[in-house]
Design a protein around this ligand. Structure first.
Ligand SMILES: Nc1ncnc2c1ncn2[C@@H]1O[C@H](COP(=O)(O)OP(=O)(O)OP(=O)(O)O)[C@@H](O)[C@H]1O
Ligand SMILES: [Mg+2]
Length: 271
């Protein structure tokens, strides 16, 4: 799939971010909920093996944009999307696209940890089973171990794989949801405020994890925490009133942004 060699990733990361290829391209993306327009001609591209943070005041359209990237908006009846979004050059809104397959390529982790009321093992194997990625017990065992390893949860749960996922702590549940997303080998992982229900220690663990996941995945994360955006992302996009205000290297965004609105938001002057 999109696996770059580790050396290639490091090299790409060493260079200026703007040389990293685009994994997803959003062109003139507008979103309407019935009569209400929530996004205005957003042009935002997502770079490969990069963490892109979406920031901005409540209601500015962060979640709406995030959901356009794997067509989660399709589940909202009143919602209409215009413009074009591509994944590796393929139009994800093309009528021939199978959305179930799309969501396996572009996975999602939600704000509130939402493991299925099933065992830890079954939470992780659910996706690989429905997508036919693992069939035998040996294959399933393997996917469970490797996914939980990638999610930094293996050591904590390896002796209780057949206990319920809902019996874990909040932070563990969120890492289980990350393991579940990772289990189908997605190319892109979308995260909508994945730490907002977690305490600072669990948050630190998830942030560390996001940092590591970037080697193998492309990540887009919505966050209200400026510190979090600065810690985990390499690119940051600032939204305001449904418009993309600015997108830049995270370092630049937090030290010398191009737009006054970004400056004001980062300084806590609004939002
Ligand atoms: N299902 C929906 N039906 C109608 N309007 C919606 C729906 N979801 C979002 N909106 C509206 O679209 C706009 C953008 O909302 P969105 O949830 O994308 O903002 P956000 O930046 O994620 O905000 P927050 O930081 O509070 O999560 C808001 O005005 C919101 O009220
Ligand atoms: Mg939101």
């Amino acid at each position: 799939m999109n696996m770059m060699s580790e050396a290639a990733v490091e090299k790409a990361l060493d260079q200026k971010m703007n040389t990293v290829p685009f994994k997803m391209i959003g062109k003139d993306v507008s979103v309407y909920y019935g009569e209400k327009r929530a996004l205005f001609d957003v042009n935002l591209n997502v770079r490969e093996n990069t963490v892109t943070a979406l920031i901005g005041p409540s209601g500015c359209g962060k979640s709406t944009f995030l959901r356009t990237l794997n067509r989660m908006n399709d589940t909202i009846d009143s919602c209409r999307v215009t413009g074009k979004i591509t994944l590796d050059e393929g139009d994800i809104y093309d009528p021939s696209i199978d959305v179930v397959e799309l969501r396996a390529r572009v996975g999602m982790v939600f704000q509130k940890p939402n493991p299925f009321p099933k065992s830890i093992y079954e939470n992780v194997t659910y996706g690989p089973k429905i997508h036919g990625l693992a069939r035998t017990k040996a294959e399933l065992d393997q996917v469970v171990e490797s996914s939980l390893q990638k999610a930094g949860l293996w050591n904590e749960v390896k002796d209780r794989l057949h206990e319920s996922g809902t019996g874990l702590s909040g932070g563990q549940q969120q890492r289980l949801c990350i393991a579940r997303a990772v289990a189908v080998s997605p190319e892109v992982i979308l995260m909508d405020e994945p730490c907002s229900a977690l305490d600072p220690i669990a948050t630190a663990k998830v942030e560390e994890l996001i940092h590591e996941l970037r080697t193998n995945f492309t990540i887009v994360i919505v966050t209200h925490s400026m510190q979090q955006a600065a810690r985990v992302s390499q690119r940051t996009a600032m939204f305001h009133l449904g418009n993309l205000v600015e997108e830049n290297d995270t370092d630049k965004m937090f030290t010398n942004p191009d737009d006054q609105r970004t400056q004001d938001y980062i300084m806590g002057r609004f939002g």
